[in-house]
Design a binder for this molecule. Structure first.
Ligand code: ZN
Length: 244
């Protein structure tokens, strides 16, 4: 609906291990064991829901199990097999999503969902060298409307352009998450967001993109928006007890 998911753009993975009971653990695999390309020790015996490769976000909403599948990581932590409902091959970005989930578990994070999508206005922002500087975009977006900092208090991490699906891009994303960002921009490409669940990950991206839209509206009205002042931002941070 927001135009962020052209064609098969974007993907979702969710660690659903906590919902798997003993009876489900007995389910047979419906695919071969497939190599991840990495060994991810913290994902041992984990179960994940993954969007399917070449599948469309718009179809995922209507039919999640026809356009995605449930996989489990094998005990060697280097392979996965599809368990349900149909053998829909997971997104080509699976290795980077799994590496992020492995990192989150290693850190005892409560985050279980990762989202990659192409929000138009945020991607446009990354075509500016000035906005790619550390926290430049974050401060501009936070200053557009108080809710941005309240609901996306860790701001926006910036990763310079790297080849989609590459190991380098996955590693750079993890190091941005390690720097305490929940939402990471990939220059001239899209966002990668993590949170407790997929709606919360989406909400953070939505709130940031709304701030970008307010900025654009002001520019379209013919002026550079003033933004909230530093003291207004500080007051908000103190009163709402947001991360400093
Ligand atoms: Zn993409």
């Amino acid at each position: 609906m927001k135009g962020w998911a052209e064609r098969n753009g974007g993907n979702i993975t969710i660690n659903i291990t906590e919902w798997i009971d003993e009876q489900m653990r007995e389910l047979p695999a419906i695919s071969e064991r497939i190599a991840i390309g990495k060994t991810l020790p913290h994902l041992k015996d984990c179960w994940l829901y993954c969007k399917g490769t070449q599948k469309r976000m718009r179809d995922l909403a209507r039919d999640p199990m026809g356009n995605g599948s449930v996989i489990r990581i094998t005990p060697d932590c280097a392979h996965y097999e599809i368990v349900a409902d149909a053998p829909v091959a997971p997104t080509s970005e699976l290795p980077s999503h799994l590496a992020v989930h492995d990192y989150l578990l290693a850190k005892n994070s409560p985050y279980r969902a990762s989202l990659h999508t192409h929000p138009i206005e945020l991607v446009a922002l990354t075509h500016s060298k000035k906005r790619m500087e550390k926290d430049a975009a974050t401060h501009m977006l936070w200053s557009m409307i108080p809710e941005t900092k309240a609901f996306c208090p860790r701001g926006l991490g910036m990763v310079p352009y790297m080849l989609p699906s590459s190991v380098e891009l996955a590693d750079a994303t993890i190091s941005a998450i390690e720097d305490d960002y929940d939402v990471v921009m990939w220059e001239k490409h899209g966002v990668f967001a993590v949170d407790t669940d997929i709606m919360s990950a989406f909400d953070q991206v939505d709130v940031l993109n709304k701030a970008a839209l307010i900025y654009i509206s002001a520019r379209n009205m013919g002026f550079e928006p003033d933004g909230m002042t530093d003291s207004q931002m500080k007051e908000l941070t103190d009163v709402f007890n947001l991360p400093k």
